[in-house]
Design a protein around this ligand. Sequence first.
Ligand code: GTP
Ligand code: MG
Length: 469
Amino acid sequence: MLYQWSKRGWKVWAASTLPYSCLGQKESCRSLSLTGHVGFDSSPDQLVNKSINQGFCFNILCIGETGIGKSTLIDTLFNTHFDDRVANHFQPNVRLKAQTYDLHESNVRLKLTIVNTVGFGDQINKEDSYQPIVDYIDAQFEAYLQEELKIKRSLYSYHDTRIHVCLYFISPTGHSLKTLDLLTMKNLDSKVNIIPVIGKADTISKTELQKFKIKLMSELVSNGVQIYQFPTEDETISKINATMNGHLPFAVVGSLEEVKVGNKMVKARQYPWGIVQVENEHHCDFVKLREMLICTNMEDLREQTHTRHYELYRRCKLEEMGFRDTGPENKPVRLALLKYYADRKKSVSHSQATVESVQETYEAKRHEFFGELQRREEEMRQTFVQRVKEKEAILKEAERELQAKFEHLKRLHQEERMKLEEKRKLLEDEMIVFSKRKAATELLQAQAFASTPTVSLKKDKDRKNSSFM
Ligand code: GTP
Ligand code: MG
């Protein structure tokens, strides 16, 4: 159902009777003046309060060669020591290191995540140096998308790690952009807001710096690299942002060292020939960067990340998963559905149709997924059965072989037993013969003894006894 206010009161439209303007065309909206104070002018204050209570989250990615001054600049930007260890030049690959800090200023809480490249530009083959960075940015988008797709989402308390801005540090060579820089920025410009900065800008002279800036910008344009442009739509900041767009890339100097200049302590780098003041706009663009990044455009950077870069990632990912906004015949799914319901003379509300279009896509995907799952399950079952059969055949063969072996051994054993039996019989016969002979011999001996005279026997006995003595 759709409700619309008319002179005669609220009008309720059923989907089948909806005016054409409600089915995709822009509705005309009348301006009315209020006759008294209502109170919705406090809405912006409510938003401010809500944001203060909730706190903000801001994620910065620093890309630049080892030792270009990334950590020093971040320390200087937030006026604190973030305790970041220095890297060596012997990293086999480019890595990313993320650290999150809770910062408080007045009553505003900022959850700041700083992601630094480690070992960028240190490998002999730098061809794929940008890949770990692209993967990292995508992984943060993916994590957010997964949270968004959950049935029970908790985006309110979710720690959003999507990169809001990339500070790309360019070496102050005074020449031109390195291939590595061009390649990396080209691969990142559709994924993140890039603000190029010239690091250690105190090591390049004023005139060289101006020429260098112009050269860098023309190279970025000619190579089609899209860097972040400070927005100029909002008239309160359009002037300053337009001017700052003309100062890109910012030439920055970082230092937390305090030096006395006049009667003031200022952040500076001290050299034998003089002092470079970090916050002096005549010395470098540090203040411009801080103003643009933190004070003026932080919210726009967060918004651009969500509405432009994340949206692009989400669209590609959902299309990859098979979701479409248009149905068959290239009609928008919503309108196709409305027509379908109208054809069936079934009234259905506008919002219901939208919900059902998502639901239908989801159902179709679910159906497809379960079909695929079942197919794979069946495939796996078939493979399993086949394997079991093969194993069974192998086992049966082994059993047959064992049985044959057993039969063979049994036969041998039988033959051996029979031979032994025969031998035993022979021995028993021999023993019987022997016993008979023995008995006969004994009989003969006894008879001979009986026929011999007693005297000679006595003499023999005496002789035997004396030989024993
Ligand atoms: P890794 O994290 O090890 O890659 O280095 P990094 O890019 O974080 O550089 P880091 O901030 O540690 O600075 C490296 C050296 O450069 C230190 O000795 C800093 O004092 C010095 N340095 C930092 N910023 C500047 C700068 O703006 N100008 C000059 N001349 N030196 C700087
Ligand atoms: Mg560092």
